[in-house]
Write a new protein. Structure first.
Length: 225
């Protein structure tokens, strides 16, 4: 489904109070022109389980957990673990929703690249593909990462054969730094290569990604961005 053509995100942003130093990370709610991002909630367990079952064949070649369909209780436990990591600031996993509430994927900013760096991860449903949603979401995440967490760099690690995944950092101006040979396990548990894209803070500014319209608020509704 497509978002309502009557929604005016610029007016929505203008109507918000300014960002305040009293606001606290992490951002509980992130909005862009067409997307709303928030952590998966326990009540989303059935929805996410249904998405994983429907998208299994598409996700399995690229995402290690894509082959596994958990039980409902296991999915709930996973969401609770994600939430624990979210509030600790170590793993910021956001569900992606269209403005009509339809879930279309997820994006994450993960603390697994060493000091002053984070790794971006993402996936989309079939219905979410081909609309520019992930470029829009990743633009928003770059603002959160650099402006709220003071990072020096963001990285994207992906399979060399995953052309859709590679297109996101390439489109946004990340640098293809290297390909790591036999460095990760693929979804079959076999050693596989990994392509690494990097965006450094000076390039984030040079490319104008800091001008991306984003609304981000904390758990008390105070504006962060």
């Amino acid at each position: 489904m497509t978002p309502s053509p009557t929604f005016d995100f610029a007016a929505h942003l203008a109507a918000q109070p300014p960002a305040t130093a009293h606001a606290r990370t992490p951002a509980l709610l992130v909005e862009t022109e067409r997307l709303v991002m928030r952590p998966w909630a326990p009540a989303d367990a059935r929805t996410l389980l249904a998405i994983r079952a429907a998208e299994q064949a598409r996700l399995a070649p690229w995402i290690p957990w894509g082959k596994l369909i958990p039980t409902l209780d296991e999915q709930l436990a996973q969401i609770l673990l994600w939430n624990q990591r979210f509030w600790s600031g170590s793993d910021l996993t956001y569900a992606l929703f269209e403005r009509d509430g339809a879930p279309v994927g997820a994006v994450g900013v993960h603390d697994r690249c060493g000091p002053h760096a984070r790794e971006l991860g993402y996936w989309l449903t079939r219905d979410g593909e081909g609309r520019g949603y992930m470029s829009e979401a990743v633009r928003a995440m770059t603002r959160l990462a650099f402006e709220l967490y003071g990072l020096d760099r963001l990285e994207v690690h992906t399979d060399p054969a995953n052309s859709r995944s590679r297109a996101i950092p390439e489109r946004l101006g990340f640098t293809h730094e290297l390909t790591l040979k036999r460095r990760v396990l693929d979804s079959d548990g076999q050693l596989a290569d990994s392509v690494v894209y990097t965006l450094y803070h000076p390039d984030y500014l040079r490319l104008g990604l800091h001008t991306t319209p984003v609304l981000a608020v904390d758990a008390l509704g105070r504006r962060l961005l």
